[in-house]
Design a protein around this ligand. Structure first.
Ligand SMILES: C[S@@+](CC[C@H](N)C(=O)[O-])C[C@H]1O[C@@H](n2cnc3c(N)ncnc32)[C@H](O)[C@@H]1O
Ligand SMILES: Nc1nc2[nH]cc(C(=O)O)c2c(=O)[nH]1
Ligand code: SF4
Ligand SMILES: [Mg+2]
Length: 213
């Protein structure tokens, strides 16, 4: 199957338990919870998204006809920065990556030595073979992917409380302040919540703090 990729770039993972880790970000186009068009945001199921995931016009973006051609592009993006093949790391994100990420791409990227991570809204089941699953629940959706490595709740969301997720099978529980006009107040409230409920830790979007992608 073909893969529609918005952008593909080298950076550091900015969020969660792997913040600071060198990674290739593979951003799939399209999402099941928002069209991506600003005029639709008010009626979207997820309306606080900070990401442009429409089309294929980002750096390294395009339509890849085969898993191996995409895996090759990921490898060459990694090699443009380092010869270190032992630490190859790719983060599949979007948009919603689980609309497109399939066994063939998992196999092709693993064959090139990558460790595989995914950022998902949890509405679709993750395929087998991923090394790191980050689930970030969204309002009004039944959570399908109820286990993984980290649960990253954008905070606050009136209809989604941390208590709803605290008993699920994840290794790490993060509150990530919602970016937008209320970011500073949201951060203060997230800090207060983490202090009162130490199961939860604060995830900052560190790439935004230092001005990288
Ligand atoms: C753009 S999403 C793509 C992956 C997937 N669709 C998801 O929602 O998890 C990547 C991460 O950014 C988070 N995110 C999106 N908009 C945000 C915002 N305004 N403030 C903080 N985090 C945000 C999401 O919750 C998710 O953890
Ligand atoms: N540096 C960096 N780290 C990230 N972690 C999750 C991101 C995402 O958009 O999925 C993201 C992103 O867009 N950039
Ligand atoms: S589910 Fe993820 S990609 Fe889709 S609109 Fe929400 S934050 Fe953005
Ligand atoms: Mg992002």
């Amino acid at each position: 199957m073909a893969y529609i990729i918005k952008e593909l770039f080298a950076t550091l993972q900015g969020e969660g338990a792997h913040a600071g880790r060198a990674a290739i970000f593979c951003r799939f186009a399209g999402c099941n919870l928002w069209s991506g068009r600003e005029e639709d945001r008010h009626k979207a199921q997820c309306n606080f998204c900070d990401t442009d995931f429409i089309g294929t016009n980002g750096p390294g973006g395009g339509r890849f006809a085969h898993a191996d051609s995409l895996a090759e592009a990921l490898e060459s993006c990694w090699r443009a920065h380092t010869d270190d093949a032992a630490h190859r790391y790719v983060v599949f994100t979007g948009g919603e990556p689980l609309l497109q990420l399939d066994d063939a791409l998992i196999k092709a990227t693993k064959a090139r030595g990558f460790t595989l991570a995914v950022e998902t809204n949890g509405t679709l089941p993750a395929p087998a073979g991923l090394d790191w699953i980050c689930v970030s629940p969204k309002p009004g959706q039944s959570l399908v992917q109820t286990h993984g490595h980290e649960l990253k709740l954008v905070y606050p969301q009136p209809s989604l409380t941390p208590e709803q997720f605290a008993g699920l099978a994840f290794q790490h529980f993060w509150l990530q302040p919602m970016d937008g006009p209320e970011r500073i107040a949201n951060t203060r409230h997230a800090v207060q919540y983490c202090q009162a409920h130490p199961q939860w830790r604060l995830s900052l979007q560190t790439h935004k703090l230092i001005g990288i992608a």
